[in-house]
Design a binder for this molecule. Structure first.
Ligand code: FRU
Length: 531
């Protein structure tokens, strides 16, 4: 990354130049202790287009990414190496490798070859640790006489000792599930269809086996910050991730998921309802890693943009970025003794190395009741880089709300050079919901694009309850033009991009309330994420 000069996010992957969309082929190299990310890449233009390639980046700590240019490119100029995944073929089931290739680096990429005639599934393999690839000579390995059949995600199914591929028949709202013993010959086992949001194309499906965490009810109290999680022996449930475009609840592209069971041939969801993986506008085509050093959670990344406006965002000389890698677990909890609820929790991976600098807190505040006259301003000291993390715990006493006035808690994240550019986040007591308003960011862009929705909401269960006080906890990561919010220790997330004028970074946070006596800040902490 070339850094701040170009108003470029520091801890999110971006291409040096050109266009990026979906993450592809995520895998972890246990020999080199290195994470690999490939992505949909048009190196020749700042918009999506042919010949579309797989770009490549690597990271040791999942914060700083090093770009390696193009890894796979299409044979034809009117075609594309579309989205797909990568596996490590430790036991050389494919026969692509000899003993000179370390088993931990036997990478096979499975991707969609898009031509004007068809979409079919191709294999490429790498004998140099994922930097260069060779195409399998007998491609395609899966075809279905369709121009809308794409995004293979392959996993290893331990129980049946088989490879499992999910691939979307996009316009027919179906995910086809195939199995294979050698990655080359595939058998269609089942179809997952007509579930979730229908009427818009299915893209980028993915199956994953995810650890379950059993949580007791949060017993955070105002006096004593305690939060008990009972973590029993590891249990797993299966999750099917599925992207939809257009038609998402917040407009445009969105990722849904289903929790259920997978028996090696068929995925059976516990319910057919749509559940949102992220409540923001900019979290699409999520993909999980093949192999990860931490098996207590599932690690994955999404594209932080939306097909509605991705081609117009005001960055130069590149467009788009990836989310921070997130760790997913299924949280099982019982709101009442008879009921069980499941939720996919996600937390961002920050400071993976965890060693050198548990970044120092630059500002900390506790127990501050807010009234409508006194604003609190939290400066970001020194030269703002636009890259920081904040965590806030606040209490809302809605019994004191007078319903004739909107009762809001506001966080204004203001530009360092130009304070008329700001992002507003907050909570509304009557609706018991969070809001994000990016309507006062770079005005030319906000006004010129009909889909760059100003206002978004995220409904929120309180993190805990103490008498008439509902307590909420929010973690925010701001990285130049990306805001990732995690609510109540990851029970919900909302990812949104926002754009300020060149050289304008978020420089301070003003906290205020529109009413007296409803909100109090229990704890606020801000850290710059200097990497
Ligand atoms: C999802 C998607 C995929 C496709 C790729 C093309 O964003 O449309 O379905 O493989 O992007 O770049």
């Amino acid at each position: 990354n070339t850094g701040k000069a170009a108003d470029r996010p520091l801890i999110h992957a971006t291409p040096d130049s050109g266009w990026m969309n979906d993450p592809n082929g995520l895998w972890y190299d246990a020999k080199e202790k290195l994470y690999h990310l490939y992505y949909q890449y048009n190196p020749n233009d700042m918009v999506w287009g042919f010949p579309l390639c797989w770009g490549h980046a690597t990271s040791e700590d999942l914060m700083l990414w090093k770009n390696h240019g193009v890894a796979i490119s299409p044979a034809r100029n009117d075609s594309g190496v579309y989205s797909g995944s990568a596996v490590i073929d430790y036991n050389n089931t494919s026969g692509f490798f000899d003993d000179s290739v370390d088993p931990r680096q036997r990478v096979v990429a499975i991707w969609t070859y898009n031509t004007p005639e068809s979409e079919t599934q191709y294999l490429s393999y790498s004998t140099d640790g994922g930097y260069t690839f060779q195409e399998y000579e007998h491609n395609p390995v899966v075809e279905f006489n369709s121009t809308q059949f794409r995004d293979p995600k392959v996993i290893w199914h331990e129980e049946t000792q088989k490879w499992i591929m999910t691939v979307a028949l996009c316009q027919q709202y179906s995910v086809f599930i195939y199995s294979s013993e050698n990655l080359k010959d595939w058998t269609l086992e089942s179809k997952f269809t007509d579930s979730g949001l229908l009427g818009f194309q299915y893209e980028a499906p993915g199956l994953a086996k995810i650890p379950v965490t059993k949580a007791t009810n949060n017993n955070y109290t105002l006096e004593d910050n305690s939060y008990d999680v009972k973590n029993n022996d590891t249990e797993y449930m299966w999750v099917l991730f599925l992207a939809i475009n257009p038609g998402g609840p917040q407009g445009g592209s969105f990722n849904q998921y289903f929790i259920g069971d997978f028996n090696g041939t068929t995925f059976t969801p516990f319910t057919h309802q749509t559940r949102m993986l992220d409540f923001g506008k900019d979290f699409y085509a999520f993909q999980g890693f093949f192999n990860s050093p931490d098996d207590s959670s599932y690690l994955g990344i999404a594209w932080t943009s939306n097909w509605q406006y991705s081609a117009y965002v005001p960055t130069y000389p590149w467009r788009s970025s990836m989310s921070l890698p997130r760790r997913f677990t299924i949280q099982q909890y019982s709101p009442t003794p008879e009921s069980v609820q499941l939720n996919l929790n996600s937390v961002p991976v920050l400071n993976l190395a965890g060693d050198d600098k548990p970044s120092e807190s630059r500002y900390a505040l506790s127990n501050k009741a807010l009234n409508s006259t006194a604003n609190l301003t939290i400066p970001i000291e020194g030269t703002p880089t636009g890259t920081f993390e904040f965590t806030v715990t606040f209490a809302c006493n809605s019994t004191t709300v007078v319903n004739t006035q909107s009762a809001d808690l506001n966080f204004f994240l203001k530009g360092s050079k130009d304070q008329t550019e700001y992002l507003r986040l907050g909570h509304n007591a009557q609706a018991a919901a969070f809001f994000i308003d990016r309507g006062n960011t770079k005005v030319e862009f906000v006004h010129s694009n009909p889909f760059f929705t100003n206002r978004l909401s995220v409904n929120g269960e309180p993190w805990s309850q103490d008498g008439s006080y509902s307590i909420y906890k929010v973690q925010g990561i701001v990285d130049v033009n990306i805001l990732e919010l995690f609510f109540n220790e990851g029970s919900m997330a909302s990812t949104n991009t926002f754009f300020l004028s060149p050289g304008n970074f978020i420089g301070n946070i003003e906290i205020s309330s529109s009413v007296d006596g409803v909100y109090s800040i229990l704890d606020f902490d801000l850290k710059e994420l200097d990497v």
